[in-house]
Ligand binder design. Sequence first.
Ligand code: URA
Length: 281
Amino acid sequence: MQCSSNKIEKQFLDTENKGPVRLNKYLSEAGVCSRREADKLIAAGQVTVDGVRAETGMKVEPWQVVRIGKKQVSRQEEMIVLAVNKPRGIVCTEERRERDSIVRFLNYPVRITYVGRLDKDTEGLLLITDDGQLAHQLLSPKKHVDKTYFAVTEGKVVPEDIEKIRLGVDIGDEKPTLPGKLEILRTWEENVERKNVEGESGAVIANSNAAGHKADPEGSIWCSEILLTIHEGRFHQVKRMMEAVGKKVIYLKRISMGPLILPENLAKGQARELTEEELAA
Ligand code: URA
């Protein structure tokens, strides 16, 4: 990461800094001009908030985009970079109106974006920043930042799968994936309670475990715990790579991005600033 020279803003969830402020105050605190001058600029129609002409006396939320002419005004002098342990059910979108959006979940007092999206049902390490350029830099496919995932699959992962993943797999895109590193941590057979779900004819049509996964005729399901390291960030990439070797991902958690490892003491749903060492890595 190229952000060692930046200090981290210390305002996270500081209630004093939450909430709307008068636009003229916002502009003067950004060091752009005095409040009186700000009022003049607003009256002259030179200020926009989220692309709409501002009005005298209006208030702005800290995450709104304020511009004088084409130039964006920012009250932030220091870059924010946070590590978040994203829980299941939260959506990676900047859309605050979305009830389960990551930005609404974090309720951070300034506009933020995420680095490297995770699916709604994926947990784990997500980077959050207010620096769109940093996000872009880190996300750039050319960077090939390693991302490691812990996953549970339905279906037994076998050594041949390691080799297939090592060579790259066809996941239905134009090109096969870059080589990935697959490690099998554990494999087990889950005995499934016979449910004897009966069709109209009275014949048994399905056996399933508690999660509703179909069992084989003997009534068992093989599962594996794996680590998969990939170098790209394609849509549903881990799920599709495992699907390409015939396994279904039923649990997924990102545990590292480049040199950054999901902090052990970062509980699900919590966020913390990166340390200087982490930023310098
Ligand atoms: N790969 C996936 O399939 N899902 C994620 O959320 C991240 C990587």
